[in-house]
Design a protein around this ligand. Structure first.
Ligand code: ADP
Ligand code: MG
Length: 236
């Protein structure tokens, strides 16, 4: 038996918000383990806790109680600086609205996480080139976002997420701002990255988008009510 470290390990995760006398249970007891190499879709209706789950696992928010480990590191044991480094180097984030700097080339946009990590000069340029080539934008490195299509802009954002060689990519509605043909292009890219070993956790409310993932977690009222991996285990 080899002991493989999970990319995400959440145990009895609760996130409650107090609003006056009301308690909003954004997460209400979430237990889940995600292993290296998985492509997981996080689904569920609006308000079911998907973003709260992502924000806590992405070290952007803290649980009311419970434990979360990312790449084997218990987030509650990390300092502010260690959390910031983890966000920058261990996790790649992809957002619905791309979040690229407008007056900056694809190469410079891709370089941003490396600057925070203190990687500069030729090594930084080489790593950005490689990341842009992986998303098939090797010939567009000097283009600014307004010279790129929506799908190309999202691929720059994916290159930026990949450039630190993270343990996983979190994508929150990555195709939400794209037309259906371009969405397919981005989802196939995720599948290709996943086939080469990248762990991907993608929030979507769209079943057609989720179908590209290998595993689906369905959230409802702060719980995971369905996990297709568990169903496969039971069936086999
Ligand atoms: P989803 O991403 O699935 O739409 P969220 O995780 O954003 O859901 O929200 C889950 C629940 O927690 C919702 O009822 C939402 O209103 C509530 N919530 C989220 N953030 C806050 C906050 N900062 N203060 C109070 N309630 C919040
Ligand atoms: Mg959300």
């Amino acid at each position: 038996m080899t002991n493989i470290t999970p990319v995400i390990e959440a145990k009895e995760l609760y996130r409650h918000y107090h609003q006056g006398s009301q308690v909003v249970k954004a997460l209400d007891g979430v237990d889940v383990t995600i292993m290296p190499g998985e492509f997981v879709a996080v689904m569920g209706p609006s308000g079911s806790g998907k973003s709260t789950f992502m924000n806590i696992c992405g070290a952007l928010d803290q649980p009311t109680s419970g434990m979360v480990k990312v790449a084997g590191r218990d987030l509650s044991a990390l300092s502010r600086d260690e959390l910031a480094n983890l966000r920058n180097e261990v996790i790649g984030f992809v957002f619905q609205q791309f979040n690229l700097l407008p007056r900056t080339s694809a190469l410079q946009n891709t370089m941003l996480p490396l600057r925070y990590a203190g990687i500069r000069g030729q090594e930084a340029i080489d790593r950005c080139r490689q990341a842009l080539e992986r998303v098939d934008l090797g010939s567009r490195m000097d283009h600014h976002p307004n010279e790129l299509s929506g799908g190309q802009q999202q691929r720059v954002a994916i290159a930026r997420a990949l450039v630190t060689k993270p343990a996983l990519i979190f994508a929150d509605e990555p195709t939400g701002a794209l037309d259906s043909a371009t969405s397919v292009e981005v989802l196939k890219l995720f599948q290709q990255l996943n086939a080469n070993g990248m762990t991907i956790v993608m929030v979507t409310h769209d079943a057609d988008v989720a179908a590209y993932a290998g595993r689906c977690l369905y959230f409802k009222d702060g719980h995971i009510v369905r996990d297709t991996l568990e169903e496969e285990r039971v069936a086999s």
